[in-house]
Design a protein around this ligand. Structure first.
Ligand SMILES: Nc1ncnc2c1ncn2[C@@H]1O[C@H](COP(=O)(O)OP(=O)(O)OP(=O)(O)O)[C@@H](O)[C@H]1O
Ligand SMILES: [Mg+2]
Length: 399
């Protein structure tokens, strides 16, 4: 698929922008801070309902404005669709597909698919586990949008379970034992009832959590060959990139998962349940849920060493890029259409060989949007059509 048109109203630094796009390669060139990333960030937001730079919506709306609008014409297999999103910080966002107003913004997911690589992706390698979990979950949603709902359900249940743990901490701490039926002191009754409620949440969380865990493991299983290949290609065979999943369930199942196997979902559910029983006293002590996909991590390895803490800057960068390129290849194979590939500021950090090899790898993508502060950093093969971005004005380079 490709973007034929992108229009912005009050998005970041743009009061308005209208950009006519074509399939193939397009490069946005301009000095620092002129609005190149803002442009491609908007495309990414429309595709994923999240920004690669901020967790909140407020910074996406131009300072002083109430709302931002991103509108795009997306072409897939020759068919055009208008995809539109209104960003209203503090209130519900609104989405439209063609003429239809959608009840939930997340129903827009899938209309546009992008894979975006940006300097922030270095955090995939160097940052907290939450960065890598987000990578997996966003890819899950890009592959099958229904996971956005499952993901939201999981967060909701987790929040409620944490609230329960917190509120009943003093009560549950006192006795790990379950009161006998004939005990009738009010405190014991309250404790029994809190434990019962906790059990109910355990069941919910294990159910939804295991389906999310299972989906992540399947995804990683499918992604891994592409990752190895992409890293190998970018680095010209200097090192084998691998990713394995570190689960918070008990060791017996966690080690199977770490070895790259994907257990049945029912087994994962059971494992989560059993682990809840094992960590109950710790959870009660700390008032947080210690088991589940929200505690997991993706362990990235380069050869025999962990990437985090060992890989060089360029290697880390290439690893992050490898993850994104792998995501692109996986989606391309899965969806039967190319997602729009966005390379934000990627070339400045790569050596000449890596630049050229990256260019060769993405040349055949249906649409590639490249940003660069220095036009010369972009390999000739990838320059394509060039737009100049100056103070929020996007203009086509005179031919
Ligand atoms: N909500 C907002 N309202 C107004 N201006 C904003 C808003 N958010 C960001 N900006 C401005 O947008 C500019 C940054 O734009 P952007 O990140 O697209 O730059 P860039 O061209 O990618 O630069 P670089 O080459 O440094 O990556 C900054 O000057 C910033 O002040
Ligand atoms: Mg930028």
């Amino acid at each position: 698929m490709y973007l034929r048109h992108l229009s912005l109203v009050d998005y970041r630094s743009y009061p308005v922008a209208e950009v006519e796009l074509e399939p193939g390669i397009t490069t946005f060139v301009g000095l620092n801070g002129q609005g190149k990333t803002n442009l491609v960030e908007a495309a990414g937001y429309l595709a994923s309902l999240s920004s690669h730079r901020v967790a909140q919506d407020a910074p996406l709306v131009r300072a002083g404005a109430e709302q931002a609008i991103i509108r795009a014409v997306v072409v897939r297999d020759g068919r055009e669709q208008i995809v539109e999103l209104e960003i209203n910080p503090g209130r519900a966002n609104r989405a439209r597909l063609g003429r239809a107003a959608l009840t939930r913004p997340r129903d827009i997911l899938g209309a546009l698919r992008t894979v975006l690589f940006a300097p922030e992706d270095l955090a995939l390698v160097k940052g907290d586990p939450s960065e890598r979990r987000r990578f997996l979950d966003e890819l899950l949603v890009a592959r099958q949008p229904r996971w956005a709902g499952a993901r939201a359900d999981y967060d909701k249940i987790l929040k409620q379970r944490n609230a329960l743990l917190k509120s009943s901490m003093p009560l549950l701490r006192k006795g790990a034992r379950r009161p006998r039926r004939d005990e009738s002191q009010p405190e014991d009754e309250a404790r029994a009832s809190a434990l019962h409620t906790l059990d109910v949440w355990n069941t919910h969380l294990a159910q939804v959590g295991s389906s999310l865990l299972y989906a992540r493991l399947r995804l990683l299983h499918d992604l891994s060959p592409y990752l190895a290949k992409a890293y190998d290609e970018v680095s010209a065979g200097r090192g084998a990139a691998q990713a394995s999943y570190r689960s918070s369930v008990h060791e017996e199942v966690a080690s199977v998962i770490a070895a790259g196997e994907v257990p049945e979902q029912a087994d994962l559910q059971q494992a989560m349940h059993d682990t809840f029983a094992q960590v109950r006293s710790q959870e009660v002590e700390r008032g947080v849920t210690l088991v589940g996909p929200h505690r997991d991590d993706l362990v990235l390895q380069l050869g025999d060493l962990p990437a985090k803490g060992y890989a060089s800057h360029g290697e880390s960068w290439s690893f992050a890029l490898g993850l994104r390129l792998a995501a692109f290849q996986l989606l391309r194979t899965d969806l039967g259409t190319d997602p729009v590939l966005v390379l934000d500021d990627v070339f400045a950090e790569l050596d000449a060989g890596r630049r050229a090899r990256l260019a060769a790898m993405v040349e055949d993508a249906e649409q590639v949007l490249v940003t660069a502060a220095v036009a010369d950093d972009v390999p000739d093969a990838l320059t394509g059509r060039t737009f100049h971005v100056t103070l929020g004005e996007v203009s086509r380079e005179p031919a």
